[in-house]
Design a protein around this ligand. Structure first.
Ligand SMILES: NC(=O)c1ccc[n+]([C@@H]2O[C@H](COP(=O)([O-])OP(=O)(O)OC[C@H]3O[C@@H](n4cnc5c(N)ncnc54)[C@H](OP(=O)(O)O)[C@@H]3O)[C@@H](O)[C@H]2O)c1
Length: 312
């Protein structure tokens, strides 16, 4: 459809009621969706661009900001649909709220605040060194995520719906409290194989954290030019990134490894259940990303699996 010149007429309808919300006359054929969002915003100041989902199909996917009108499968009168995504919050802020919660919630249990395990246990500490180690690892994990959010990640979306943050916080904060309750409990029993098991778990934990960080840096480097598109990530000189030879989302593989090591370190059933849940969630996302790569890139490396080399 490329190469068409001149002007388009654009009508924007409500995605549900199909009522016409606006009619834009003489829109340049090379106008982007971003520009159309801005025109719509001028008419409806309450719907700032990040709140708008502009689609070709009422129930389809949102068009991306950089898509160009004349490259869309529309006639010279284009019909687009609008959905209000609700109030938005910036991604960086979302992650800061999500990750600061677990960090502080864990300390409430670690320091055994008065209302947690009863008054007799308040401000006491566990006799097991692994409990201190677990607190250090847990804090390290979330501090690392906060640092990555501020200094490493280059997100493509500016915002997400405000209502999602409640759901995400319930997940992260709720699980942090659940895990911390058991690990710091006065009746907690340390791992069966003692120091050997703990040392093995700490080494595995640190390697997975280093791997996860390396992948995040490699992904961020793909956008060093300031672009917001998704490219094919490849292994770099850093050996931790060589997992890209075998999987599409090695950051998820390493993240699962981190939680498996935390489970081995604490030998605690709730930690194991949380790990399983993380694994299921990240597998779903990894598959989704993997198939998107396959769809978008004809030359996508064929050896790669979504999350587990040669398996899944
Ligand atoms: N414990 C859990 O249940 C859990 C669940 C999810 C995540 N996490 C942790 O949080 C981390 C981040 O999660 P995520 O889901 O945001 O990871 P992600 O989708 O892999 O994205 C990480 C960053 O890299 C960018 N990116 C991804 N693929 C890219 C590509 N092909 N080209 C250029 N940039 C690309 C993303 O930008 P975009 O803005 O374009 O996406 C984002 O800024 C994970 O690695 C994991 O450590 C934990």
């Amino acid at each position: 459809m490329g190469g068409r010149a001149g002007f388009f007429e654009v009508e924007i309808l409500d995605w549900k009621t199909k009522k016409q919300l606006c009619f834009l006359d003489k829109v340049e054929s090379n106008a982007t969706i971003r520009e159309i969002r801005l025109m719509f915003h001028k008419l409806y100041p309450q719907w700032y661009p990040a709140r708008q989902s502009i689609r070709l199909d009422p129930k389809g996917k949102s068009l991306r900001d950089e898509e160009i009108l004349q490259h869309l499968p529309v006639g010279t009168t284009a019909t687009l649909y609008f959905k209000d995504l609700g109030p938005q919050i910036g991604w960086t802020m979302v992650f800061l709220i999500e990750y600061t919660g677990p960090l502080f919630i864990y300390f409430l249990f670690y320091f055994r605040m008065p209302f947690v395990y009863g008054l007799d246990e308040r401000f006491t500490s566990s006799p097991h060194p692994v409990v201190n180690l677990a607190c250090i690892c847990h804090s390290f994990h979330y501090i690392k995520r906060l640092i990555e959010t501020i200094f490493v990640h280059r997100f493509s979306h500016g915002t997400m719906p405000l209502r999602n943050i409640v759901k995400n916080c319930l997940y992260y904060w709720g699980f942090a409290a659940w895990l911390a309750y058991y690990i710091n409990h006065p009746l907690y029993t340390p791992p069966s194989y003692g120091k050997k098991q703990i040392n093995f778990a700490v080494i595995m934990f640190l390697l997975c954290e280093a791997g996860n960080f390396s992948i995040h840096v490699a992904l961020s480097d793909l956008r060093r030019d300031g672009s917001r598109t998704r490219k094919i990530p490849y292994p770099t000189k850093n050996p931790f990134t060589w997992l890209f030879f075998f999987v599409s989302c090695p950051n998820y593989t390493y993240e699962v490894g981190t939680w498996i090591s935390f489970t081995i370190m604490t030998q605690c059933v709730p930690v194991g259940l949380f790990t399983l849940l993380c694994f299921i969630q990240m597998t779903i996302w990894a598959k989704d990303k993997h198939y998107t790569y396959l769809r978008e890139f004809k030359d996508y490396p064929s050896l790669r699996m979504p999350i587990i080399p040669f398996l899944l």
